[in-house]
Design a protein around this ligand. Structure first.
Ligand SMILES: Cc1cc2nc3c(=O)[nH]c(=O)nc-3n(C[C@H](O)[C@H](O)[C@H](O)COP(=O)(O)O)c2cc1C
Length: 131
């Protein structure tokens, strides 16, 4: 089973979750604004993370999702961080569904900066979603 992790993070909170997920799956966490962000091989499970900014997604993530090649993704799994609202999850889900990408019902969310325990939970979640 091939997994990939893509995220966008302005201040590092979502990046920490992305890295915990990636480490658990022995893959790299790649920021969507990196030259390596495009999927070269099909990902059976694509973990996609982003945060909420003024009730919206960052432009980098929006653009990445709208350019995503549906044929390269088996299923997407969403993770997110924010102060309060989980609306980022809804927005990421909507963008993926608009591309025709199947999205797992289960998501992973942390309020603000993840602590060590939450990063462990992120790793456990990632492994569970690959079973
Ligand atoms: C400019 C800005 C706007 C934000 N707007 C919201 C918001 O509307 N709702 C919310 O719950 N959190 C909001 N947040 C909090 C971020 O979603 C939260 O700090 C998140 O963990 C940041 O993730 P990052 O470190 O990966 O960039 C905002 C943060 C910033 C800097």
């Amino acid at each position: 089973m091939q997994a990939a992790v893509r995220y966008y993070s302005r201040s590092g909170n979502t990046k920490l979750v992305a890295e915990a997920i990636a480490k658990a799956l022995a893959v790299s966490a790649v920021s969507v604004d990196s030259p390596e962000a495009a999927l070269t091989e099909k990902a059976d499970v694509l973990f996609v993370g982003g945060a909420l900014y003024a009730y919206g997604l960052d432009k980098h993530l929006r653009e990445y999702l709208s350019a995503l090649d549906r044929e390269k993704v088996g299923k997407a799994v969403i993770f997110s961080t924010s102060w309060i609202s989980r609306h980022s999850i809804d927005l990421i889900r909507k963008a993926l569904e608009e591309k025709g990408v199947p999205v797992a019902e289960e998501t992973f969310y942390v309020k603000n900066r993840p602590n060590t325990e939450q990063l462990q939970e992120a790793a456990d979640f990632a492994r569970k979603m690959l079973d």
